[in-house]
Design a protein around this ligand. Structure first.
Ligand SMILES: [Zn+2]
Length: 157
């Protein structure tokens, strides 16, 4: 992936079940439950965080849908209505982390614009996260430009 941040993934799959897909709107499409363990690595070596996410992969459109508020093994007990209320398009946890980091630490020049851009690419399919990522890119870029200008100014008074 990238030189600074990488992610390491492990997945476990469940038995297929019928779902109402919110992406392609297919009723009774086959979905395969999947558990994802995603580790955020600094310089591909140092683990920073581990995220656990449960999904259902729609076999009709191929989209990964996140399960909100329940785990992969619990989906077989839900009614089709309960299940479809819990399905939403997937946004990478690493992407969300990058977006939040770029917003919280936008005043760190040079590094944050890169993290904000990674966040944008990983979350671009989700409207809200994409907008937040753009805000992060703008804020951190302005700070970086100011930092570059002040470096030039300090070296050449
Ligand atoms: Zn679908």
């Amino acid at each position: 992936m990238h030189a600074i941040l990488g992610s390491h993934r492990k997945t476990f799959k469940g038995e297929p079940l019928p779902i109402d897909c919110p992406m392609c709107h297919e009723q009774g499409a086959w979905g395969i439950p999947r558990h994802l363990e995603e580790r955020l690595l600094l310089f591909h070596l140092i683990p920073l965080f581990t995220f656990n996410t449960d999904f259902i992969d729609c076999q009709t459109c191929g989209e990964a849908l996140t399960l909100r508020g329940c785990r992969m093994q619990d989906v077989y007990q839900l009614s089709p209505e309960e299940l479809s209320a819990r399905l939403q398009p997937y946004v990478s946890a690493v992407g969300r982390f990058c977006v939040i980091a770029s917003l919280a630490l936008f005043c760190c020049p040079f590094v944050m614009p890169i993290i904000a851009v990674i966040g944008f690419f990983l979350t671009r399919r989700h409207k809200t996260w994409r907008r937040l990522a753009i805000v992060g890119i703008c804020l951190s870029s302005v700070v970086t430009v100011i930092a570059i200008l002040s470096l030039i100014f300090v070296r050449n008074p």
